[in-house]
Design a protein around this ligand. Structure first.
Ligand code: PHE
Length: 342
């Protein structure tokens, strides 16, 4: 038998086997599958066995090629049978996407992250708690009395400008008084606490404030402040500086320096800007000062008997300094990859 004839015979065998195993699959019939197996792969008189006889008849020098080809065809037929078995019994060992490999380790559920600002707030609350300050909250929608009037910010004061605040009712804003707004500072909470409590007072309040600032790397229309208030007898600026230094070094590390620059706020007198030096740069973190006697009077305290200090610092700024974040917008983008680092 010539090599060509032998190979032709093998090719025909593969072709007819493909068709027959396909038929078996289409009929989804175990009986047909078994008959097909015997027909082609049967050990005694299967067609493969028949073809093997031809191998003995090819010329000696063609034997290596013919033998190799025969083995390939044998493997091919076994594959056809295996594939048909897998489909018909429905339990494919490979290629069945629904098969469950019980030996694989389970999938760990993806847990969320606490937002870096929330983490910062929690930590700052802890630090101030250790210094004896109780955390309190105030509403984000405020009235004109708590955001301005009681804080010694009179009607004509530029801080009330509708362009600098989110008033809920713009028309009423230009007439002043009795209007509501998204609070522009957490100093509102000072008033709420003093209205409802007698001195001594030692509170801290962390929360959102809103200002229609143009958004850039250091400004956002919403941000967070930490407000501190201490009212007691004989409170001085030295107490303020002591508390702020402890606060700053607790959060940013022992090497942080703190600096007061003279400033003005209607609700403190004297007033200062609070700067912190960290890794060779001075940065402004917020304002502070001694509670203005007019504010103490507005809440019914006697400024002859008690004094106090207050401060308000930017939470984002503290968080950004601590983590080396250089753009506030990262904190409020839905960029989960960035936030997932925390
Ligand atoms: N409320 C001020 C601000 O938002 C900060 C401040 C708070 C200043 C308390 C003095 C005392 O800028």
């Amino acid at each position: 038998m010539s090599l060509n004839d032998f190979i032709k015979q093998l090719d025909d065998l593969v072709e007819s086997a493909s068709k027959r195993f396909e038929d078996a699959i289409n009929q989804t019939d175990h009986q047909v599958l078994e008959e097909t197996r015997v027909e082609f792969l049967g050990a005694k008189s299967g067609k493969l066995k028949e073809a093997q006889k031809g191998l003995g008849k090819v010329a000696k020098e063609d034997k290596p090629i013919a033998g190799k080809r025969f083995n390939e065809v044998k493997t091919r037929l076994e594959e056809l049978f295996q594939a048909a078995t897998d489909v018909i019994t429905g339990g494919s060992k490979k290629g069945n996407a629904e098969a469950i490999d019980v030996t694989l380790p389970g999938l760990r559920p993806r847990l969320g992250h606490i937002h870096p600002i929330t983490q910062t707030i929690d930590e700052l609350k802890d630090i101030m708690g250790r210094l004896g300050f109780t955390a309190v909250e105030g509403p984000e929608i405020e009235d004109d009395w708590h955001n301005f009037e009681a804080l010694n910010i009179p009607l004509e004061h530029p801080a009330r400008d509708p362009l600098d605040n989110f008033y809920l009712n713009l028309a009423a804003a230009s007439h002043g008084g009795g209007n509501q707004l998204l609070r522009s500072q957490t100093s509102t909470v000072q008033i709420r606490v003093m209205e409802n409590n007698e001195p001594p007072i030692r509170i801290v309040s962390l929360g959102r404030v809103y200002r229609p600032d143009e958004i850039d790397a250091t400004h956002y229309a919403m941000f967070h402040q930490i407000e501190g208030l201490l009212v007691d007898t004989n409170v001085t600026m030295a107490d303020l500086k002591y508390v702020l230094r402890l606060f700053a070094s607790s959060y940013l590390g022992g090497d942080v320096e703190i600096r007061f620059r003279p400033s003005f706020f209607p609700f403190t007198e004297p007033s200062v800007e609070v700067d912190m030096r960290w890794q060779d740069t001075w940065l402004e973190f917020g304002g502070a000062g001694m509670v203005d006697p007019n504010v103490l009077k507005a809440v019914g305290y006697d400024p002859e008997k008690v004094t106090g200090f207050a401060f308000g610092l930017g939470v984002e700024r503290l968080c950004m300094r601590r983590h080396g974040i250089n753009d506030i917008r990262y904190l409020y983008d839905s960029n989960t990859k960035f936030l997932a680092q925390f």
